[in-house]
Ligand binder design. Sequence first.
Ligand code: SF4
Ligand code: SF4
Length: 459
Amino acid sequence: MKIFSTRLHPDLPIFRLDSDDQSYIYTPGYSCVVTREEADELHSIFASNKSCFSASLEKLTTSLENSSRHSQEEWQKLCEMPFEPVCLTIYLSNHCNLRCSYCFAAPARLDRRMDKSSLRKKRVQNIGLPVIQEKIAEHAARIVASYCVQKNRPFTLVLHGGGEPTLHWKQLQRLVSLTQDVAKEHDIDWWGYIATNGVLSENKVKWLAGHFDMIGLSCDGPPMIQDVQRPTIRGAGTSKVLERTARLLKQSGTPYAVRATITPENAEYQLEIVNYIYGTLGANTIHFEPVFDPWDTATSKFLPADAENFVMGFLSAQRLAKQLGCELSLSGVRPDEIHGPYCNVLRDVLQLTPDGVVSACFLCTDGNKANDVTISLTKLKPDDTSFLPELDRIAGIRRRALAIPSQCFQCINIYHCVRECPEGCPVTNEDYYPRPEGFRCQVYKRLTAEWIFRTTVER
Ligand code: SF4
Ligand code: SF4
């Protein structure tokens, strides 16, 4: 399953890939098919910095050099961009009505040294877990709204959680209306997204459909998977309620997407998962994510040797999705976009944890982890409406997140890869270095190569 790609240019990100029958030249934003001889010639032109001989290759080298310079500039811009959040993401709390087998949220972070049965108990009881204060949320909304005005962007509210945001129903409704009021005061549009596990009453589903622009549902597949990986805290199946939620959303006309966590247990059922999410849940947009295990607590995790089967399953599922008329994606590599890891500070997201910490890292669902000074940007207080982002420190976080490890210079994903985030974090670990043959790294290289093979047209 190894993909052989070679960097052709010493200074510019121009790569050669060979499939069984063709050679491809790739730089972010541009790719083309060439003969093996042309690929060899391009290699020698770039390696020796000599001028081109044939007219057709001359045109091609110019296009490649222009595109690769453009992508370098875009990367540079990303590195230098100031943090100007236009999206407010609120993790309301870490309370939850489910007990997913792989949950990476707060309980595991309250004390990661706890044994698993203690962690589970903590989660079931939802003891002592804070809930966001509305005054703090309003304060954060004003900060975001002022950036939206400056940048002429709509206000985006994302409700999420290390738990289930709809468990705090009254508060959720007030957060929607208070952020809408703030957007109105600033004379900007409001756009809302909520991520839910879908295990909620009919009335709540209807309300969400009437108030949010987009809804994200989590579902790991047909009942035989969903009920095992995502049961209620008492161990009951959740698929029936989830199916009802999806039906109500379909009837409402509000767009929704389904995210499935792929684990070593359900990886071989990727086709069945797409069939179920499209056929039974009626979703046209599906995201698969290989399970995150940032705290190394999962009982079952992907190993490098699993990469090939995962990719084969994912590509088949993607083909099926296309035949059915829906879209299946995975967020770790997005070749049509210049991007780095998932850090909030790279995506203009002001993320509030339930205890009012503004976190640079999406993984922090409570202030415990965010107390790590590296990723806690500040702690907002209800009575203090000032927010002076420490721009130098944020710039430092961005630089660490976007530092390109030496092995990635040789890789087609150089400018569009989350690397090993969240299991490997260059922000909190200065010695971070992605494992060249790690599971994610292999998967991302292979998926991008397939994407290039599929989307490149003949010259
Ligand atoms: S790179 Fe680190 S700080 Fe950034 S999102 Fe990933 S785990 Fe969090
Ligand atoms: S982490 Fe792996 S896939 Fe990503 S850019 Fe680096 S070498 Fe490529």
